[in-house]
Every structure is written in structure tokens, then in C-alpha cells.
Design a protein around this ligand. Structure first.
Ligand SMILES: N=c1c2ncn([C@@H]3O[C@H](COP(=O)(O)OP(=O)(O)OP(=O)(O)O)[C@@H](O)[C@H]3O)c2ncn1[C@@H]1O[C@H](COP(=O)(O)O)[C@@H](O)[C@H]1O
Length: 105
């Protein structure tokens, strides 16, 4: 059963070939990965501000924006949600300290 993130990722994938005039997602993807990354960064900062203020409603809304823009960024970079899931699964049960040490090499 697919959840809302799978459904949203599937919708975003259909926008790769959509008319940028008719779809915000298509217009963003047409601008390329750097623009998608910039938008993701902006939304992340807005989520940070909401969290720092302790504004629960704003954090919920901004987190939704962050997840949408992350899925757009992944699509622009050719990475699937399943690949991210696999990476998370690989890390399951590994302590954060060990993961950090492994990444440093
Ligand atoms: N979840 C979202 C979603 N979250 C945020 N946004 C858009 O992200 C934009 C971010 O707002 P900003 O003010 O920062 O950006 P902006 O000034 O509008 O645009 P920029 O020129 O700065 O890029 C807004 O236009 C929001 O509408 C989203 N746009 C689309 N979706 C989902 O994507 C689906 C497909 O959307 P379309 O591609 O537009 O059909 C929709 O059905 C929704 O489910």
C-alpha cells in the first residue's frame, strides 16, 4: 500500500514532462536541480524558524513544504524514494556515532 509520500512522489514524477505553465512542479523541475535545491533550502529555513519559535502549527505546515520540495529535489537528481528508504533501512540498528565514523572513513 502506498502512502502519501509515494503518491506525491508519483505525482511529481508525472510533472517531469508536464507543461510548466500548467504546473508549479513542472516549472520548478524545468529550472534544474540547482533551483530545486535553492527552494528546498528556503523551505528548510522556514521550518527551522517555526521550530525555533515553538510554533507547532507553522512547523507542521513548513515540514509539509520541506517534504514536497525534498521530493522535487530527489526527482531532479534522479534519486527515488525507494533508494532513500533503502539507505535508511541500511542504517537501522547502527548507532549514529558509528554511522558518522563510517562516513568519515
Ligand atoms: N505539496 C505541494 C506543494 N507544497 C508547496 N508547494 C508550492 O511551493 C511554492 C513555494 O512557495 P514560495 O512562495 O516559496 O514560492 P513561489 O514564490 O510561489 O515560487 P518561486 O518562484 O519562488 O519558485 C508555492 O507555490 C506552493 O504552492 C506545492 N506545490 C505542489 N504540491 C503538490 O504537488 C502536486 C502537483 O502540483 P502541480 O505541479 O502544481 O500541479 C499538488 O497536487 C500538491 O499535492
Amino acid at each position: 500500500m502506498s502512502d502519501i509520500l509515494d503518491q506525491l512522489a508519483a505525482t511529481i514524477a508525472t510533472r517531469r514532462d508536464a507543461d510548466p505553465q500548467a504546473s508549479y512542479t513542472a516549472s520548478l523541475l524545468a529550472k534544474g536541480p540547482a533551483k530545486c535545491a535553492e527552494k528546498f533550502g528556503e523551505e528548510a529555513v522556514e521550518a527551522i524558524v517555526a521550530a525555533a519559535r515553538g510554533d507547532r502549527a507553522a512547523l507542521t505546515s513548513e515540514a509539509a513544504d520541506v517534504l514536497y520540495h525534498l521530493l522535487v529535489l530527489l526527482t531532479a537528481g534522479g534519486v527515488t524514494l525507494d533508494e532513500v528508504r533503502a539507505e535508511l533501512a541500511r542504517r537501522e540498528g547502527v548507532s549514529g556515532h558509528a554511522e558518522k565514523a563510517a562516513r568519515k572513513g
